[in-house]
Each structure stands twice: as structure tokens, then as C-alpha cells.
Design a protein around this ligand. Sequence first.
Ligand SMILES: NC(=O)c1ccc[n+]([C@@H]2O[C@H](COP(=O)([O-])OP(=O)(O)OC[C@H]3O[C@@H](n4cnc5c(N)ncnc54)[C@H](OP(=O)(O)O)[C@@H]3O)[C@@H](O)[C@H]2O)c1
Length: 242
Amino acid sequence: MTDPPAPSGERRAALVTGASSGIGRAIAADLLATGWGVTAVARDPERGALSGAHQVPTNVVDEGSCIAAVASHVARFDRLDLLVNAAGVGFGGPFEQASTRSFDLQFAVNVRGLFLVCRSAIPHLRASRGLVVNVASITGVAPQPGLAVYGATKHAVRGLSGAMQAELRDAGVRVTTLCPGFVDTPMTDFVKGEVPGDEMIRPADCVAAVRFLLALSPACRIPEIVIDGPTIPDLARSSAVG
Ligand SMILES: NC(=O)c1ccc[n+]([C@@H]2O[C@H](COP(=O)([O-])OP(=O)(O)OC[C@H]3O[C@@H](n4cnc5c(N)ncnc54)[C@H](OP(=O)(O)O)[C@@H]3O)[C@@H](O)[C@H]2O)c1
């Protein structure tokens, strides 16, 4: 399936964070395969290098790096029709053993980094009446034992995304939060002894969700897509902590 070109006939362009691995990489690869211009953002995009992508090494913990990534995208493509924020980190384990360092890192990447990229992208999304897909998690919908801090970051992503949608709806910008359960990516390797990868949601399912959003007419607003997956083990008791 080839997506239609932008109304002007130009190639549509997307910026995808977390494009070196897992969900972000799968979405970026699908966009490239369907004719989009894609900026692939990760600390080391060469790790999962995608042929044809505009690779921009970016650490989303760094404000200047986030601003530079969006600027680099716009310099390359001159338009931003789709922003996918998939960069993320997650660590499981009992609440009382969660370190302050791990708390700070998860919030820095999952919340602050997403905020910084969104904030820089908004003027360009206004111009294109574009779409934002922020990847949260089922743990941002239903609290899970052993994923307190990670889940809190994903609740925050839902909060930011909802407010962004409310502020930008009159500008024609749509914002969807994608909330999957366990997806078979490197992030869930630590738990695959308890939940086999082939019983998890697939990155291709997240790709299908983005395709679905892109296929809708601009009047359709989908605040949230929740993909419930396999039962999540109690990671506060489990020996599998990531
Ligand atoms: N897998 C799941 O079960 C699951 C379920 C629900 C939601 N999610 C969410 O989905 C998103 C993607 O996860 P995934 O499963 O695809 O994980 P993954 O395979 O580990 O990929 C994580 C991506 O985030 C990037 N990243 C991490 N720290 C970064 C930083 N400081 N700056 C820039 N990029 C950074 C990584 O790139 P580099 O390391 O190359 O920088 C990588 O591309 C995350 O937000 C995750 O929380 C995952």
C-alpha cells in the first residue's frame, strides 16, 4: 500500500524518535517503504540504520540535541507531517528498590525528551496540520506492580499528549497516544523467560496502528489507542527485572 502524496504533491515527511530499534524502527521502516521522507532519531541511529532515512544522532535527554534534531529534519525536508515519539527506556523492580538515578533517567527520556521534541515540532506541525503519535504504554493506563516509575512516566505522556491535543485541535493538529502492552522488542528481553516473545504484541501491530491513523480523514481525532497484550507478570516479585 502506498500512501497518497501530500496535497501539494510533495513527499510527506516524518520524524521518528527511537528509530534505531523496536517499535520506532518498525514504524520508520514502514514509512520509508511507503514513500515518506523520514528523519530517524536515536543516540546511535547507525545501530539500526535504515536505508534512505535522514539519520540524526540525538540524545533526547539533551535539550539542545532535541531542538537540533527537529531543525535538521526541517532543513532536510522543509515539512513535518508526522511526529512519532518512540524513544523510551524502562526499568522494572520493586518500588522500594527503585533508584533515584533510574527514576531521573526514565523521566528524562520518556517525558522530558518527548516534551522537548514536541515543543520544537509544534510550529511545523501547525503548518502541515500534522499528526503526532506519542508512544506511552498500557502501564500508563493500568498501574502494574514492579513498573511504578516507568508507568508514572507513561501516565505523564498521556497527560502531556491530551493537553497538546486540546491546545492544538483548532490548528488542525491531531495527537494520539499509543498504549501497547508487552511488545516483542529488545526492551522486553528481560522478561522473555516469563512471557515468550512470540506471545507478545508485535512491532508490526504498532505499525498497523500508525497506518490506521494516517488513513483517516483529518476530521477524525483518535486520542488514544490501547493495545492490551499478554498478562504482565508481577515485576515487583519476579526475578526478571530490567
Ligand atoms: N516493548 C514494549 O513492551 C513496550 C510496550 C509499551 C510501550 N513501549 C514504549 O515504546 C517505545 C519504544 O520501545 P521499544 O520497545 O521499541 O524499545 P527499544 O527497542 O529498546 O527501543 C528504544 C528506542 O529508544 C531510543 N532511546 C533510548 N534512550 C534514548 C535517548 N536518551 N535519546 C534518544 N533515543 C533514545 C533507543 O535508541 P538508542 O539506544 O540508539 O539511542 C531506541 O531506538 C518506548 O517509549 C517504550 O517505553 C514499549
